[in-house]
Design a protein around this ligand. Structure first.
Ligand SMILES: Cc1cc2nc3c(=O)[nH]c(=O)nc-3n(C[C@H](O)[C@H](O)[C@H](O)COP(=O)(O)OP(=O)(O)OC[C@H]3O[C@@H](n4cnc5c(N)ncnc54)[C@H](O)[C@@H]3O)c2cc1C
Length: 229
């Protein structure tokens, strides 16, 4: 795999200025633009929501994704409206959200959530060059389940044909982060109401072997428990 696809090339040193479109205005202090913060959120997330407009109607569709260096890769069936729109270089917005906790305030009004989220704006690019396509698909598999591409059969030519691969440059992106306790109205701190945070996290359960599988659970799958749990 070339360094282009190497996740260790984080671009962390790059701190891009936000554009007019990616400057966080509401709660501006929660805006983050350093590439290291944006990459860390993207690398921890599994599902992104891709918003695009088709026939004048906005859609926001959940998708798997993966980051490789300064690119995001998305994939799916070339027959889907979603992939067709993205391959046609329609303007898109990808949002990835990590929900870290519920923030329970003394008043209903000040309830909130702790989160880390990223918004990426841009246009997709259909990746058709076989080596890049293969590497990008591998990146997606590895993002979802590290080590899995060594365990599973790789895609055949026919399967590659049946997969649309979209690249999205991480040129215009923002992150927004909320941490900490609720922020109540000053007079409400005297109320006899419990307030605080309820942490949330995504956990990995015990692997459930396919009834048609007689193979032992591989190390790459067993490791998942420690990775997210
Ligand atoms: C899990 C979760 C739940 C939320 N719930 C609510 C809710 O119920 N009500 C509510 O009003 N807001 C909620 N927010 C915050 C919401 O995402 C917006 O930040 C907020 O509503 C301001 O929207 P805006 O369009 O006015 O943002 P603006 O500040 O005008 O956005 C300008 C630019 O800032 C960036 N930006 C804005 N928000 C985000 C973000 N969350 N992540 C990364 N970049 C961002 C984008 O690049 C955007 O184009 C929630 C956020 C998360 C992650």
């Amino acid at each position: 795999m070339s360094s282009y696809y190497n996740k260790t090339h984080t671009g962390a040193a790059l701190s891009r200025e936000p554009t007019a479109r990616t400057t966080v205005r509401r709660r501006a202090g929660r805006g983050r633009y350093e590439r290291a913060t944006i990459n860390a959120i993207l690398d921890e997330g599994l599902v992104g929501h891709v918003a695009f407009v088709s026939d004048g109607q906005p859609y926001a569709m959940p998708m798997l994704y993966a980051r490789a260096g300064d690119h995001i890769y998305l994939h799916g069936s070339p027959l889907s409206r979603l992939l067709g729109s993205l391959a046609g270089e329609a303007p898109l917005c990808l949002t990835v959200t990590l929900l870290d906790g519920l923030v329970l305030a003394r008043s209903a009004f000040h309830h909130s959530v702790n989160y880390r989220s990223v918004v990426v704006l841009g246009r997709g690019r259909a990746v058709r060059e076989p080596a890049e396509k293969l590497a990008a698909l591998r990146t997606i598999v590895e993002h979802v389940s590290p080590g899995r591409s060594a365990d599973a059969r790789g895609p055949s030519e026919q399967e590659l044909e049946a997969t649309e691969l979209i690249g999205l440059a991480l040129d215009e992106a923002s992150a927004k982060v909320r941490t900490g306790p609720p922020v109540d109205a000053p007079e409400d701190y005297a109320l006899p109401v419990w307030a605080g945070e309820l942490p949330l996290r995504l956990t990995v359960g015990e692997p459930v072997t396919d009834p048609r599988c007689t193979e032992p659970v591989p190390e790459s799958v067993r490791r998942e428990r420690g990775r997210r749990g």
